[in-house]
Design a binder for this molecule. Structure first.
Ligand SMILES: *[C@@H]1O[C@H](CO)[C@@H](O)[C@H](O)[C@H]1NC(C)=O
Ligand SMILES: *[C@@H]1O[C@H](CO)[C@@H](O)[C@H](O)[C@H]1NC(C)=O
Length: 806
């Protein structure tokens, strides 16, 4: 039966903030948490009676327009033969102001007189259907769901078709659970904020530090979740969050509820906004979530320039904008942005917010209207955006079983094929950082026994990271390795905090006896999590000491396996010849241990690459987490952030990742000169700007792309997959990154074989840079494209088109 997990309330940290609020609902003073609790409880009860009443869980009660509701089912908003816009308008026209404001919040109230049920908007599916969020519960026919690797791991595959495939599987399981009454249809995933600072506790949830990779990830995962066929119809509605410049949770007394991110126009345009733009314009996402923090003094959820201007205006979001949980309360209570709660409610709705995760808008919006701060028509505008998404999901089309995905049920969750994809995703995301000797792959015949050591060597839930659900089942690293060979297991430390050396001697003894030693070390949610940023980059507690002592004593090679979301400064292991191999596995999901073993024993040839820079601890010396600047500033010793702007020493660079084979690139084709058509209205004299940077908006960008042809040769004796990364360097300038990724392509090449890859490059999108005023420009002159060590020069030249007569 459905039950409320004890960890559940603890887990969605956003609400921990809600707990501190006291809100008046009706005449009774009630804590929002209590309201929330009552709701979840009654929801559970409803499911309970329902499951008992009907044999088939698939027969979920319709949300609205039930065929059994003869009074309402003929109303225009229920009529599938009418245009969605007309149905939405009809429905809004029937609602009272009181009913409307109760639809502005995540636990939207029922409208019984119109046959409309309550709806919980908050479900999550970051890397599998999750129960972080009251819309989803596990139990009964749905004891768990496929738990894919954490996003930072999946990102390391650099395989966009894998990202879309995972989205498809997750939305199959989400629809199946919705049909069975266990989940919603609106998922507040993915998290596509830039992994700006290596300490960020939520960096694990993101696709890393590169804006282009994050943008491709966003569009691919969203397409997978929302489904491509069926025109405007949605399989489930995804949500790209948290807009924008949100990447600090809690650092030295500064928390996300109070943080004012000071962001330059340049960084906003060429870093923080890039993945969101791609999510909306290419992924066609059905929702965007605004963040807790302020950007340049304005809370993002009350900033009309960001919400109405950029997301809905410039990018043309077809969907709804939702607040992070209790963001509207936060901008009033914590940030004191407005003097009254009614003004906070009015500002948020006027800025373009359509839905509040939290009770605030339900409580204060009627008063805001009565005080004249907000017009009812503005509320109607917000509701039109949310209800349109519900209509696109088929929620007003009557019986859920009649929906194209209405037949999905329990057998479609945790199916063997889905669990196999979780294993495959983990394999593809594992990054081989070091392999001297080479000591890997191990041999099950020669390496017997293998010592398996470390606080993460036999973990399960650690492998699924945060924003997870309940997994179908787990294979721990120890279990995975034991399937290949005989093992001796010693934890070495009681947990990742590794506060003492009480268990060291057992670990050392094991390593003395074994032919090889695998040490599974790293972090977990006690070190990096939501609302928990790290203070440094070293392994916690005495982990490093354990690794060094075991290495000194071991008979065979040491293989260090690191489980972590963020980067770890393992310089000591990189330079220790006894530690011959290092693997980074991120948080590899429910099948993580099996994938690790497949890589260790060479059943799978690793092809993952780091989606973020692995900095040295010293990098943090002069780097407050609160400094948002991406670019370095030598005058104040500011190092800059990410491979695009930081040029100092690193442990392992962005894009690093080895294989059991070796690949060679040759650029075999690509233009040397690209002519950019420029509108004659803006530029009549081509010599005047031959060395200038022209605005992207002045160029004829449509179809302006070319293909770079690259041969990838596998020179070794093992089949392998290779992530081809193509970078560009613009002409020297004060404001451009010295290089940035412009394309990537994953290719598999058999041993001794060769594959030709055509990489498509859009000139305006990929070869442009952003000036200090935040304007995207294409620099004329000599650019270079790089693949590995090879360089392909390319000259961009403007070509002025004749004056356009208007
Ligand atoms: C074009 O610009 C160049 C450089 O600014 C200038 O020398 C030249 O006279 C201009 N030609 C015309 C036709 O305006
Ligand atoms: C990318 O992932 C998909 C889905 O798992 C897989 O079929 C494909 O082989 C992968 N591509 C490469 C080149 O490894």
């Amino acid at each position: 039966m459905t039950r409320l997990h004890k960890t559940h309330l603890y887990k969605h940290t956003p609400l921990s903030h809600v707990y501190s609020h006291t809100t008046r609902i009706g005449s009774k003073k009630m804590r929002p948490s209590a309201i929330f609790f009552c709701f979840v409880f009654s929801y559970s009860l409803r499911l309970l009676t329902f499951t008992i009443g009907e044999a088939e869980a698939e027969a979920r009660r319709p949300f609205a327009c039930s065929s059994r509701d003869s009074a309402n089912k003929r109303l225009p908003f229920c009529r599938t033969d009418l245009a969605t816009a007309d149905r939405v308008k009809d429905l809004i026209g029937r609602l009272t102001l009181q009913e409307k404001v109760r639809l502005l919040v995540n636990n939207a109230a029922a409208v019984p007189r119109l046959g409309i049920d309550r709806y919980e908007w908050w479900s999550e599916a970051l890397h599998g259907v999750s129960n972080v969020g009251p819309g989803t519960t596990f139990g009964g026919e749905f004891p768990g769901a496929t738990s894919f690797p954490q996003v930072i791991t999946t990102a390391a595959s650099f395989n966009a078709s894998l990202w879309e495939e995972i989205g498809k599987v997750v939305s199959d399981e989400a629809r199946a659970m919705y049909n069975g009454g266990a989940a919603g249809l609106t998922y507040w995933s993915p998290n596509i904020n830039i992994f700006r600072d290596p300490r960020w506790g939520r960096g694990q949830e993101t696709p890393g530090e590169d804006p282009m990779v994050a943008g491709v990830y966003a569009a691919s995962y969203v397409k997978g979740l929302q489904g491509t066929g069926g025109g405007d119809r949605l399989k489930v509605a995804a949500c790209c969050k948290h807009y924008t410049a949100y990447d600090l949770d809690k650092w030295r007394g500064v928390d996300r509820f109070h943080f004012n991110a000071k962001v330059s126009k340049q960084d906003l345009e060429d870093t923080f906004d890039v993945p969101f733009k791609s999510c909306v314009m290419e992924g066609k996402v059905a929702s965007v979530m605004c963040s807790y923090n302020q950007v340049n003094g304005i809370p993002t959820c009350a900033d009309p320039k960001l919400l109405k201007g950029t997301v809905r205006g410039a990018w043309r979001l077809n969907g709804y904008i939702v607040s992070d949980c209790d963001s509207v309360g936060v901008l009033y209570d914590s940030q004191h942005y407005t003097s009254t709660p009614e003004a906070a409610a009015a500002d948020a709705v006027k800025a373009g917010l359509d839905l509040d995760c939290g009770p605030f808008l339900a409580v204060h919006t009627v008063n805001a209207v009565q005080k004249g701060l907000l017009h009812e028509a503005e509320i109607d505008g917000a509701l039109a955006n949310t209800i349109t998404v519900q209509m696109r999901l088929g929620m007003f089309d009557g019986e859920p079983s009649a929906h194209p995905f209405g037949k999905l049920g329990p057998k479609d969750v945790c199916s063997p094929a889905h669990q196999e994809l979780a294993l495959e995703a983990a394999r593809q995301g594992i990054v081989l950082l070091k392999n001297e000797g080479p000591s890997l792959p191990l041999s099950a015949r020669r390496h017997r026994p293998i010592a398996v050591i470390g606080p993460n060597s036999d973990v399960t839930v650690t492998m699924i990271g945060n924003y997870a659900g309940v997994a179908c089942g787990y294979t721990s690293p120890l279990q995975g390795i034991t399937k290949y060979t005989r093992t001796i297991h010693q934890p070495g430390c009681a947990d990742v905090a590794c506060a003492n050396d009480a268990l060291f001697s057992g670990a050392i003894r094991a390593a003395r006896q074994a032919d090889a030693t695998v040490m599974v070390m790293g972090l977990d949610q006690s070190i990096e999590a939501e609302f928990r940023d790290r203070t440094g980059l070293m392994l916690p507690g005495r982990q490093q000491e354990l690794v060094s002592k075991v290495a000194a004593a071991s008979k065979g090679p040491i293989i260090l396996v690191l489980m972590s979301g963020g980067p770890v400064d393992v310089s000591f292991a990189k330079s220790n010849p006894k530690i011959q191999s290092i693997l980074w596995v991120g948080y590899p999901g429910q099948a993580g241990g099996a994938a690790i073993a497949d890589v260790l024993f060479g059943t799978h040839n690793p092809g993952g690459k780091l989606p973020m820079t692995w900095y040295k601890q010293e990098y943090l010396n002069n780097l407050p987490m609160t400094s948002m600047d991406m670019r370095s500033n030598p005058s104040r010793n500011y190092p800059g952030r990410s491979y695009r702007f930081y040029k100092g020493p690193v442990v392992y660079p962005f894009g690093h990742g080895l294989s059991y084979t070796s690949f060679m690139h040759t650029i075999v084709g690509g233009p040397k000169v690209v002519s950019i058509p420029v509108d004659g209205r803006h530029h009549s004299n081509s010599t005047a700007f031959s060395s200038k940077a022209i605005r992207v908006t002045h160029a004829r960008c449509n179809g302006l792309s070319f293909s770079l042809s690259v041969d990838v040769k596998n020179k070794g004796s093992k089949d392998g997959s290779h992530a081809l990364l193509v970078y560009s360097s613009p002409p020297e300038s004060l404001w451009a990154p010295s290089k940035q990724l412009v394309a990537f392509e994953k290719v598999s090449v058999p041993a001794g074989g060769q594959r030709r890859v055509a990489v498509n490059i859009h000139v305006c999108k990929h070869l442009s840079v952003v000036d200090k005023a935040g304007i995207r420009r294409i620099q004329m002159g000599e650019h270079a494209l790089h693949v590995g060590d090879i360089r392909h020069p390319i000259s961009l030249q403007a070509h002025v088109l004749g004056m356009v007569k208007s």
